[in-house]
Design a protein around this ligand. Structure first.
Ligand SMILES: Cc1cc2nc3c(=O)[nH]c(=O)nc-3n(C[C@H](O)[C@H](O)[C@H](O)COP(=O)(O)OP(=O)(O)OC[C@H]3O[C@@H](n4cnc5c(N)ncnc54)[C@H](O)[C@@H]3O)c2cc1C
Length: 293
């Protein structure tokens, strides 16, 4: 195995593009190293991206969004007051990844590019409308986060391409997000269902919403029909009305095509997705109204 420590993204692309065997990038390594030790992946070229300047930085974009470097760990993200205030759902999704030790290394981009349908940070990034900057042999392009996963363990990135950063759009006023997952244990397990809701209020109505689901399909899903179920909803005593919540749950269940495995049957997952999406919508709503939950 050849181990590379490029100092620029262009150099990393050149190495990846010239490689003919298996290639892996190293961000936090909490997926790659586990796969290496289990002999699931034996890369010919392992390209460590952490020596590239700026990869550990979180910066404001000129329009008031956030750009997150590809080596920013879950722990660093969790300590960032600005992102925590703007996108608590993204932070809580990432902070569910692993343990304190894993948090010290694991990254958003690694979680995304590992391609797990149950990746905890990805639904909230999708719901937030986040996108990634991609560089490759053909140049640079921006890609919506929901367009990166291609199925279990696979992404839509082409040979030689890698992600150089994640951007969260400007938060704007009266908006909130939330991520919830169900696991059979209290910690350190893979999501049986993950649900993210991001919404904005205009007066007492929901004017914008995005709903994303994890672990209920071969890849993380953006479900516009679920969002439509709550857009335009009038609020009543700080609660979404029951009919809208039921429509939200029904749309999320309808979009779900889960498998049955040792963590839960397909029927169970469908039930849980309906329960969690309602709860996540209520939390996002409270946050949009300025509650501190
Ligand atoms: C004990 C333990 C518990 C865990 N618990 C959870 C959990 O609860 N929820 C969860 O979702 N995950 C969990 N994970 C999985 C893992 O920690 C996460 O997926 C993590 O976010 C991966 O990030 P990383 O930086 O370590 O990725 P890495 O291992 O460095 O990389 C992962 C993949 O991303 C690719 N990659 C990395 N950087 C780039 C880039 N810039 N461009 C293109 N591709 C890139 C690599 O080639 C590799 O295929 C757990 C892992 C462990 C070991």
């Amino acid at each position: 195995m050849r181990f590379h420590t490029p100092k620029t993204f262009e150099n990393a692309v050149a190495i990846a593009a010239a490689a003919s065997g298996q290639t892996r990038f190293l961000a936090g390594g909490t997926d790659v190293l586990v796969q290496l030790r289990a002999a699931m992946v034996l890369p010919d070229d392992l390209i460590d991206l952490k020596h590239i300047p700026g990869v550990k930085e979180i910066t404001r974009t000129s329009d008031g969004g956030w750009r997150i470097g590809i080596a920013v760990s879950g722990a660093e993200l969790g300590r960032h007051a600005g992102i925590g205030a703007d996108y608590p759902g993204v932070v809580e999704g990432m902070q569910l990844v692993g343990s304190t030790q894993v948090q010290g290394r694991a990254t958003l981009v690694g979680n995304l590019c590992n391609g797990s349908p149950a990746a905890d940070s990805v639904p909230a990034m999708v719901a937030a409308g986040a996108w990634v900057s991609v560089i490759g042999p053909q140049g640079v392009r921006d890609v919506k986060v929901e367009d990166i996963p291609a199925g279990p363990g696979r992404t839509t990135l082409k040979a030689g391409e890698l992600i150089t950063g994640i951007t969260l759009p400007p938060r704007g006023a009266n908006a909130g997000d939330a991520y919830l997952r169900f696991i059979p244990r209290t910690e350190m397990d893979i999501a049986v269902v993950g649900v993210a809701v991001n919404l904005r209020l205009d007066g007492d109505r929901i004017s914008e919403a995005r709903v994303a689901l994890g672990a209920v399909a071969p890849k993380i899903l953006l479900v516009p029909a679920a969002a439509q179920a709550i857009i335009g909803t009038m609020l009543d005593d700080a609660a979404l009305d029951d009919a809208a919540l039921d429509a939200l749950a029904a749309a999320a269940i309808a979009a779900s095509t889960p498998i049955s495995d040792k963590r839960g049957t397909a029927e169970f997952r469908k039930d849980i997705v309906g329960v969690l999406v309602k709860r996540a919508a209520r939390i996002a709503l409270d946050r949009a109204k300025g509650a501190t939950k």
